[in-house]
Design a protein around this ligand. Sequence first.
Ligand code: G1P
Ligand code: ZN
Length: 543
Amino acid sequence: MAVQIIPTQPFSDQKPGTSGLRKRVTVFQAPHYLENFVQSIFDAIKAPAGSTLVVGGDGRFYNIEAIQIILKMAAANGFGHVLVGENGILSTPAASCVIRKYQTFGGIILSASHNPGGPQGDFGIKFNTANGGPAPEKVTEAIFVRSKEITQYKIIDAPDVALDALGETELAGMKVEVIDSVTDYVELMETLFDFEAIRQLLASGFRLRFDAMHAVTGPYARAILVDRLGAEASAVMNAVPLPDFGGGHPDPNLTYAHDLVEIMYGADAPDFGAASDGDGDRNMILGKHFFVTPSDSLALIAADARLVPGYVQGIAGVARSMPTSAAVDRVAEELDIPCFETPTGWKFFGNLMDAGKVTLCGEESFGTGSDHVREKDGLWAVLFWLNILAIKRQPVETIVKRHWARFGRNVYSRHDYEELPSAAAQGVIEHVRASFPVLEGKVLGRYTIKTCDDFSYTDPVDGSVSQKQGIRILFEDGSRIVFRLSGTGTEGATLRIYLEAFEPNASKHGLDAQEALGELIEIAHQISELKQRTGREQPTVIT
Ligand code: G1P
Ligand code: ZN
């Protein structure tokens, strides 16, 4: 099995975004496209000969084909051992778990997360380093630089490797080990949570529904919720992973997880509902007729962490992405622990966790996690909630409202405007940026603008600086509007508007978020000239 050296030419569009390289499947299928990027990764990371790599993905269309190419390229590039999930399946948090547990050099994860899949859908690829987390910007930048100068890639000419049975095979001197996709992850969860207490909760008549959205978490949720914790099989819905996610959009929010939302807001709703996304790192938490915002979920988990075995010693600190609400900041203040505000994207949390500065972190975009891995983790969040519920034995709504009564409520919503022409979306951002001087001090209804800025972050561990991470309009009373362009979309541009107001008064905590934020929403439109510049009045998705 000879190493082939294939001449190639660079593609100009292989810059990794918020979470790796994401493009339409058809783009990845173009000759040399995937190969160029994989070779750019290998060239940039400079793994010593004989290193071990983890490979797996969320099972979406093109997952297996891509894995076969990656295996042959890994062998040609001198890797000694690859751990690959059975049938190419590893959820993103499970991949992170495996990278750490077996102390590998890193891993390649194939996913476009919550973006739709199928032949016309999206595909994605990213590299995670030895700590199990997404490569930091200096690595992704080196990959991008390499992708612009690449002239050849290396690949073995060999038949495909069988990935449908556990065990070891050899590929041109490289060991390919097919591992169970679920076991290592389940074992890790058992060390963190009180499975017996959750088992008792479920045996007491407590009813739960988990929506796997035909994505990667189906087998994980079954193994944990049904096999280990005793939930009924029907508690896991849309449990069979499909290459096109059954035609759905595997994003666990109120718009896309509609099957679950209907059940949780219907007559005879279960006590607890949750969903995860395409690759298993996101989560949505619902109570009976009640939605828990991800920002509140993070704050609540932080406040009650000591109830859970894995966190009974307390937490070192917390971190949230800048657009995430400041609910967790209030908890950190009371616990007297540090709270970090980072740019959007999980990669910024890794340094803080490696340095022992934070235990829990989260994003408003349905991402919550801890230092047990270096990715956000959907099922982990679900188990955290179940563990808290098993101890408190109160409805989800009561738990959240008591939290608000104690800390105040950070009323929160995100409005997304998807598939905008890039120039128009960019125009909105530039217009708001250019308006800073006239906006500061301006009185708009009951709000007064205190300051405006472009969020910039200096990593407290390695000193690296990330600039222009979102535009913040900060009001005197602590309310905020943030404008940001998505870094994960594949078609046109997505403008995200994040809205937050603080409500200390418990008598107003029952208000619907959109209602409570009505005036801020109008201000956001006014100062951004959104309608004139994009022709849109209504967001595509509200979360
Ligand atoms: C989005 C979310 C961000 C998350 C990322 C990956 O990125 O907003 O919080 O880390 O997906 O799941 P964006 O499209 O906003 O760049
Ligand atoms: Zn995801």
